[in-house]
Design a protein around this ligand. Structure first.
Ligand code: FMN
Length: 510
């Protein structure tokens, strides 16, 4: 009996459900046949707490502690569970292709033995014994994997750059800062399968010649931190992290660094400054972290989901991975599907699937309503109108329609949503999160916020709208880092597709 113990279900008291399931198993005298396992995220977070009966493939949703007894009683051949039964054949589950999340919700994230039993750490063993570091870089390059942290930079190319730097101290850093509103993919991966991320980091370290690594996780993710700590301890005990891994000459140790909840600290140069103990401010690039990063040493920084793809690529081969997705966007992507859509939660889908398939088939559409827009890419992304729902989800197509893949937030909006309010919401976020180091972003986000408020209050004229557009361009092209460079995107995309909503709020005259 699998019971989700990740943050989403925990918030709805899945720990109470698990405790009562355990008691019921004992009371029914089934302890010799039935085991209650606390597993990671199953993905259907909006309908939690979730309980799955394996191997019967039965899913129960919105389970309360009071339902637990009836679930175990039914297993024992008596009665029907009082919790609603879910449908594992629903497109929400059936259309997923699980690579990163292949064992999420299926194993106990606090037990390394379960990860190993599911094939975990075999890829690390394989590269250490059968691959040269250069062959690992070539394999990742051939797979076509691109960074899942937002920008989609080719992972193999980044690894090659760090590998080519002269031997000496190098670092591998995992970016688990995940600050976008509406995004919780990386939290779920860290909570549900911490060893998968550690394995990816260790393979990367072997490939680029690093012996030390850091995982930067935001303090708002206490369960992810706790499970990572446990995972690191267990891996050390098994000789999988530390010195002479798998009795080879390869050493790799990993430490956790806890962020204090600043969105800008997810930007790679700010993240490096934060790990070094300084203020999390970005700096101009070049030099890129791959050339000069942590303590001026070559540093490989990848996102949680990027690292979590690595073990499967090594196990199944680059060609297999490259056969999934589109010509330029390979593999799968996890999205946090939220907003007005019926089915809320995490989905892992092949690149190239359309927004319509995600929102209408998997998400079940908007009950009794119509989709007005889908926001992707968080505060750096944009709002895509319903007329473009047939857009394939890949890096290039999303950029073409004025949004971006981003890290995986996907918020569905209905016709009651004011798009000007949406633009102001993201601008309020950026205004609060700007580090203040460069003037365009520090002053620009405040001024854009003020301009949007003036429009919403019905006090702006057409001239104010023109000024807002000029301001967007200025901030976009002159800010120091990606935060400012992309902060105008939600305004620009809503102006592009929903201009009439802005115009309707303007007062006459200049
Ligand atoms: N990348 C992440 O992986 N997680 C984040 O939370 C994150 N936040 C960012 C916030 C800002 C303001 C900016 C400009 C960038 C952010 N990035 C984030 C992107 C990182 O700078 C970097 O590109 C990424 O970690 C590289 O990993 P990847 O190649 O695997 O995507």
């Amino acid at each position: 009996v699998h019971c989700c113990t990740s943050t989403g279900c925990r918030a709805a008291n899945s720990m109470g459900v698990k405790k009562n399931l355990e008691t019921a198993v004992k009371q029914h005298g089934m302890s010799d046949r039935v085991q209650v396992v606390g597993v990671g995220c199953m993905g259907f977070c909006g309908n939690g707490p979730l309980v799955e009966i394996v191997p019967q493939d039965k899913l129960y949703e919105q389970v309360t502690p009071n339902d637990s007894e009836s679930i175990i009683n039914a297993l024992n051949g008596g009665g029907i569970p009082t919790a609603p039964e879910g449908d594992l054949k629903h497109p929400f589950f059936a259309r997923q292709v699980r690579i990163v999340r292949e064992t999420s919700g299926k194993i106990d994230p606090e037990k390394i033995e379960e990860y190993i039993a599911a094939g975990g750490y075999q890829s690390l063993y394989k590269v250490i014994h059968d691959f040269t570091p250069q062959q690992v870089v070539e394999e990742i390059t051939k797979s076509g994997l691109r960074g899942r942290g937002g920008a989609g930079y080719p992972t193999g190319l980044k690894w090659a750059t760090v590998a080519k730097m002269p031997p000496g101290q190098k670092y591998v850093v995992c970016n688990g800062d995940e600050g976008d509103p509406g995004a919780f993919m990386d939290r779920s991966v860290l909570e549900s399968d911490p060893h998968r991320v550690l394995e990816g980091m260790a393979i990367a370290a072997y490939a680029v010649g690093a012996s030390e690594g850091y995982i930067y996780v935001r303090a708002e993710y206490p369960l992810a931190i706790e499970r990572l700590e446990t995972a690191i301890k267990q891996a050390k005990k098994y000789g999988i992290l530390g010195s002479q891994i798998f009795e080879s000459n390869f050493d790799f140790k990993v430490s956790i660094r806890i962020g204090a909840g600043a969105f800008v600290c997810g930007e790679e140069t700010a993240l490096i400054a934060s790990i070094e103990g300084g203020r999390g401010n970005p700096r101009p690039r070049p030099p890129y972290p791959a050339q000069s990063g942590l303590w001026d040493c070559p540093t490989l920084i990848n996102n949680v989901e990027s690292f979590a793809n690595i073990a499967a690529i090594i196990r199944e081969g680059a060609e297999w991975y490259a056969s999934i997705g589109t010509e330029k966007s390979k593999g799968t992507k996890i999205f946090a599907l939220t907003g007005k859509v019926k089915n809320n939660g995490l989905i892992e889908v092949p690149m190239g699937i359309t927004l319509r398939e995600i929102v209408e088939e998997m998400g079940g559409g908007i009950p009794g309503g119509e989709v007005k827009a889908v926001q992707t890419g968080g505060p750096s992304g944009g709002c895509i109108p319903a007329s473009l729902l047939d857009t394939p989800v890949d890096y290039e197509s999303l950029a073409k329609v004025g949004s971006m893949m981003g890290s995986g937030g996907m918020v569905v909006m209905d016709k009651d949503t004011s798009m000007v309010e949406v633009a102001r919401f993201y601008m309020e976020f950026c205004r609060g999160e700007t580090c203040g180091k460069c003037i365009p972003c520090r002053a620009g986000t405040v001024q854009m916020y003020q301009a949007l408020t003036k429009i919403i209050n019905g006090e702006a004229t057409e001239l104010d709208l023109v000024k807002l557009e000029e301001l967007c361009d200025m901030v976009k092209f002159t800010s120091l880092c990606g935060l400012g460079q992309s902060a105008p995107n939600p305004v620009l995309s809503t102006l592009r597709y929903f201009r009439e909503e802005y115009l309707a709020l303007l007062k006459q005259g200049v």
